[in-house]
Write a protein that binds this ligand. Structure first.
Ligand SMILES: C[S@@+](CC[C@H](N)C(=O)[O-])C[C@H]1O[C@@H](n2cnc3c(N)ncnc32)[C@H](O)[C@@H]1O
Length: 373
C-alpha cells in the first residue's frame, strides 16, 4: 500500500520558511521539504539533481542545439511522429488502453455536449493556436480531447515507474498533490473551510474530479480554454452523482470574467509547463483576484530540480521539447518569485513525487490594499 512520509531536506518541517514579499528570493533555497513517496514496490524518495534546472532547458548550449534541431521543419515533422509513438507505446505498456479509450470518446455523443459548453465568443491567446503535443490544432481538436485522459493517466506512471498499477501511481501522485493543498490551507488560511474550488486548466476533468472527491462538501469548477476537453469532462461527469455537481467553464484562465473573491482554493495542475511565461504571470494574477483572503493557490508541475528530469536521455528530452514549445520559458521562470510579485505570501515548494513539485501560497488578508497599491 502507498504511504506518504514527510522527509526533511533541511531540518524537517522546520525547514519550511514563512516567506513574505521581498524576502522570498533570499530564502527560497532553504525551505525545500521533500515529501517522500513510499510504495509497496519500494519507490525511491524524490531526489534533487545537482543543477538548478535541466541542462537541456534554458540558454545552455545543449538547449540551443535541441532548439536548432527542432527549428528544422522536416526533422521536426519526424520528431513529432516519434514523440507520439513513444507516448502511446509508454501508456499501453503501463496497461492504459489508449486506443480503446480514444475510440470510446470519438464514438460517443460528446459532440452535443460541446455545443452546450463552448463560448463561441472566446478569443484564444496566440500561444494556444499553435501546434502542440504533436497535434496540428493543439488542444483545439477532437483527437487531442479523446486521447487526453489516457495521456493524463500516464503522467503518474512516468513519475512512479515502480508502482504496481496505474491506479497506485495515480493514487500516490494525486494524493501527495492534494495533501500539499490541504496541509497548506489548514496551516495558513486562518481556519477557513474549503467551500469553493477552481481548477484552472482542468483539461478533461481528471484533476477536477480528484479535487471534488477529496473535498465533497465543496463546490468545484473546472475551467479550460479547450471546449473539446471540457465536453469530454462534462460528458463523463453527467454519469456521476455528487452532492455538488462540477461546473465546467470555457474561458481563458488569465481573464476568466468571473467575479473576484469567489474561491478558497485555485489549483493549476500541469498547466504552467504548457504556457509561455507571460501567460503564467497572467494565470497567477487572475488566481489572486479570484481567491478570497486566506485562500490557497496550488501549482503542481515538473520540478526543475528533479534529478530524474535532469537526467533524462537526450532522445527523450529532444522529443519532449519538440511537442512542448514553452518548456524553456517554464524552466527559466522563478515561479515562487512570480507568486510573490502577484501578492501571495507563505510561498512554499515541495516535491510531491520524483518528477513534480507543488508550489502553494496564500492570499493575505491585506489583499485589497495590495490590489489598490
Ligand atoms: C496538462 S493539461 C492539465 C491537466 C489537468 N489539470 C490534470 O491535472 O489532469 C493543461 C491544460 O491547460 C489548459 N490551458 C492552457 N492555457 C490555459 C489558459 N490560459 N486558460 C485555461 N486553460 C489553459 C490546456 O487547455 C490544457 O487542458
Amino acid at each position: 500500500m502507498a504511504a506518504i512520509v514527510a522527509r526533511a531536506a533541511n531540518g524537517g518541517l522546520r525547514g519550511r520558511q514563512e516567506t513574505s514579499r521581498g524576502s522570498l528570493v533570499r530564502r527560497r533555497r532553504d525551505y525545500a521539504v521533500v515529501v517522500a513517496v513510499v510504495t509497496g514496490a519500494g519507490a525511491p524518495p524524490p531526489q534533487e539533481g545537482a543543477l538548478e534546472r535541466p541542462a537541456w532547458s534554458g540558454e545552455t548550449p545543449v538547449s540551443r542545439l535541441v532548439g536548432a534541431l527542432i527549428a528544422f521543419k522536416p526533422l521536426y515533422a519526424l520528431m513529432k511522429l516519434a514523440s507520439r509513438e513513444v507516448i502511446i507505446r509508454t501508456a499501453e505498456k503501463a496497461n492504459i488502453p489508449w486506443r480503446e479509450m480514444t475510440k470510446k470518446v470519438l464514438e460517443s455523443d460528446v459532440y452535443e455536449v460541446f455545443e452546450r459548453i463552448r463560448d463561441p465568443n472566446l478569443v484564444y491567446p496566440d500561444y494556444y493556436l499553435s501546434p502542440f503535443h504533436a497535434y496540428d490544432e493543439g488542444n483545439l481538436s477532437w483527437l487531442a480531447a479523446a486521447e487526453a485522459e489516457a495521456a493524463t493517466l500516464s503522467i503518474a506512471k512516468r513519475a512512479i515507474p515502480e508502482a504496481t498499477s496505474i491506479e497506485e501511481a495515480n493514487q500516490i501522485v494525486r494524493g501527495n498533490w492534494m495533501n500539499a493543498i490541504e496541509e497548506h490551507h489548514l496551516k495558513y488560511s486562518g481556519h477557513r473551510q474549503i467551500n469553493d474550488i477552481l481548477d484552472i486548466g482542468c483539461s478533461v476533468g481528471v484533476s477536477t474530479r480528484y479535487l471534488a472527491d477529496r473535498f465533497p462538501s465543496a463546490k468545484a469548477v473546472g475551467l479550460d480554454l479547450s471546449p473539446y476537453f471540457l465536453a469530454v469532462a462534462a460528458q463523463k461527469e453527467e454519469k456521476m452523482s455528487r452532492q455538488h455537481p462540477i461546473r465546467w467553464v470555457h474561458a481563458n484562465g488569465e481573464e476568466t470574467g468571473l467575479s473576484p473573491d469567489l474561491f478558497d482554493v485555485v489549483s493549476l495542475a500541469y498547466v504552467c509547463h504548457e504556457c509561455p511565461a507571460r501567460a503564467i504571470h497572467g494565470l497567477v494574477k487572475e488566481a489572486f483576484r479570484l481567491l478570497r483572503p486566506g485562500g490557497t493557490i496550488a501549482l503542481t508541475d515538473n520540478s526543475p530540480k528533479s534529478k530524474v528530469l535532469q537526467e533524462l536521455s537526450p532522445v527523450l528530452f529532444t522529443l519532449m521539447k519538440s511537442t512542448e514549445p514553452f518548456l524553456d520559458e517554464y524552466y527559466m521562470l522563478d515561479l515562487e518569485e512570480a507568486l510573490s510579485q502577484a501578492g501571495f505570501v507563505n510561498v512554499h515548494s515541495i516535491f510531491t513525487d520524483p518528477r513534480h513539485r507543488t508550489v502553494t501560497a496564500t492570499v493575505p488578508s491585506t489583499k485589497k490594499k495590495f490590489l489598490s497599491s
